[in-house]
Design a protein around this ligand. Structure first.
Ligand code: FE2
Ligand code: FE2
Length: 532
């Protein structure tokens, strides 16, 4: 059998003899002139789209049969009769050519010519074969198309944030390594697990590639919220400017006091004290903005105290606002100017209402606590975030990638062989304790592949920088955190142990972790039953 390739050649593709396939690739059109290549039986059959019957190869003068003859010479064979049939589709396209050599008389075994009735039968068979081949090609094309679509989505998500880097690509790599290790287990708690077919592996791979597909909906300024006051830009500059105003107010007060004949020394001392205090206060607020340390009660109180100081606003703060933003201000009457403003404040226009479309669809069974507002830009509210830079609304927005991801995937008409993609993709933030999101599933709901996904996702996130204010963790630190999750029952203990005992942790580190991250780890402390 020869197949027509995309380069318009006939490629020798299959033969009935089981010796090695000769690599034959004959152009259907001559490379120098572009004219049809009519020297060979096979190419003529494909070009003319009709069967060619030859009764004796060695008497044949119409075609170049030197290839057949040299094959005979090498193999001690003798080609006599030959039937060459095109594989035609209904639209007239040729997908290949079937060639039969040496028709044998069923009674005597003698080589005889191919009779016309046989030619008709073989032509019908070739047409069937052409359809089957065409269907197979369509399926393969579709698979390749889908695969590339999935990679495009994953790459687009990774491109959204420089911090998450190549998460969508690395999680499947790690998940597959761990799945292969689990699949290979013949005994122990994971002996029962296996992917039985190529389709099942493919299904898992697709699920892993799409695990964060919902992140396509997450705004970048939330994914990468690097400081507490950041919205699209870091609002610390706006607040610093208010401190500048207060400092100038202090300077003006000093000058006025002196101008009015007051004690210059006293005025200087008051100014110096105020300048010192403003400097300290701003440094404190700026430090809080970083979110690099946890906040205690005393610090929260200090933010409020600093924020309560006033400054006078002389300009209309409703000028230059776009329609939407103006609406948020019009709920309250504009104060007369100059108006007293707080140094830091939580104001009504900082609250962005949650619309009907921002609430999860109840049909999907999500169990999440939805914050009342879509966003809260309150200055004190954000500075008071006790850990990291994300407030409750931001955190929900980030977690929402699972809600959007699951809704996208569960609505997609996956073929039967990919039915479990939504499950594999949609469970990596669930825990065996039932404390995860977005469905608070428990151990009974989480399959081995789902548990593998959770470990792969956490480990990748820990060993990449993941958040703008975080540096990538050392190998040992990440394993230690994962071990704590094993100890408290968040993740599957057997899979975590296998991650270490199989050496997958080292294989992954070697391939994906920076040299400076890869410190020594003694896995003996982590493997085996945990003491209560
Ligand atoms: Fe995720
Ligand atoms: Fe992820």
């Amino acid at each position: 059998m020869y197949l027509v390739t995309e380069q318009k050649t006939l490629q020798f593709a299959m033969r009935t003899r089981d010796d090695k396939l000769a690599s034959i690739n004959i152009p259907l059109y001559l490379p120098d002139t572009g004219l049809p290549n009519e020297a060979y039986v096979s190419t003529c059959c494909a070009l003319w789209k009709r069967s060619i019957v030859i009764d004796d190869v060695y008497q044949e003068t119409r075609f170049d049969l030197s290839g057949t003859r040299s094959f005979d010479a090498q193999n001690g064979y003798r080609s006599v009769s030959m039937l060459t049939v095109p594989m035609l589709l209904a639209d007239g396209a040729v997908v290949g050519v079937l060639q039969f050599i040496n028709h044998m008389d069923p009674d005597t075994g003698a080589i005889i010519p191919f009779a016309q009735d046989l030619v008709t039968l073989v032509e019908a068979l070739a047409a069937h074969a052409a359809i089957a081949l065409d269907n197979l090609n369509l399926i393969e094309e579709r698979k390749a198309f889908m695969e590339s679509l999935i990679h495009t989505i994953a790459t687009a998500i990774d491109a959204k944030s420089p911090y998450t880097g190549r998460h969508s690509e690395r999680v499947p790599a790690l998940a597959l390594m761990l799945a292969e290790a689990a699949h290979a287990m013949a005994e122990g708690p994971l002996a029962q697990f296996s992917f039985k077919t190529d389709d099942e592996w493919h299904e898992f791979r697709v699920g892993a590639w799409l695990h964060d597909c919902g992140k396509i909906t997450t705004p970048e300024h939330i994914i990468d919220k690097a400081t507490k006051l950041e919205m699209i830009y870091n609002r610390i500059h706006e607040i610093r400017m208010r401190f500048e105003v207060l400092l100038r107010d202090a300077e003006i007060a000093r000058l006025k006091q002196v101008a009015a004949g007051g004690n210059a020394q006293e005025a200087d001392a008051a100014y110096a004290a105020r300048a010192q205090q403003l400097g300290d206060d701003f440094a404190f607020i700026a430090q809080c903005n970083l979110g690099s340390e946890t906040m205690d009660q005393a610090q929260l109180k200090r933010i409020e105290q600093i924020g309560a100081q006033g400054w006078m606003r002389h300009f209309d703060d409703r000028l230059g606002l776009a329609h939407e933003e103006l609406l948020t201000r019009q709920a309250t009457a504009a104060p007369t100017l100059p108006a007293r403003e707080s140094l830091l404040a939580d104001l009504p226009h900082h609250l962005i209402p949650r619309g009907a479309g921002d609430v999860p669809d109840p049909r999907f069974g999500f169990k999440v606590d939805v914050p009342p507002h879509l966003y809260n830009h309150g200055e004190i509210y954000n500075l008071a975030v006790t850990r990291g830079t994300l407030n409750a609304e931001d955190r929900y927005k980030i977690n929402e990638h699972m809600i959007h991801g699951i809704m996208m995937l569960e609505r997609m008409p996956f073929p039967k062989s990919l039915q479990r993609v939504p499950e594999y993709a949609g469970t990596h933030h669930e825990t065996l304790l039932g404390t995860g999101y977005p469905r608070r599933l428990g151990a009974q709901d989480l399959s081995i592949p789902a548990r593998i996904m959770a470990i792969a996702d956490i480990f990748e996130a820990l060993t990449s920088s993941d958040r703008p204010y975080k540096t990538a963790k050392k190998f040992s630190e990440a394993l230690n955190i994962l071990y704590r999750l094993k100890k408290n029952g968040h993740i599957d203990a057997d899979l975590f142990d296998l991650f270490l005992t199989s050496g997958v942790h080292l294989k992954y580190a070697e391939k994906y972790l920076a040299q400076e991250q890869r410190d020594d780890v003694d896995i003996r402390a982590y493997v085996g039953p945990v003491s209560p």
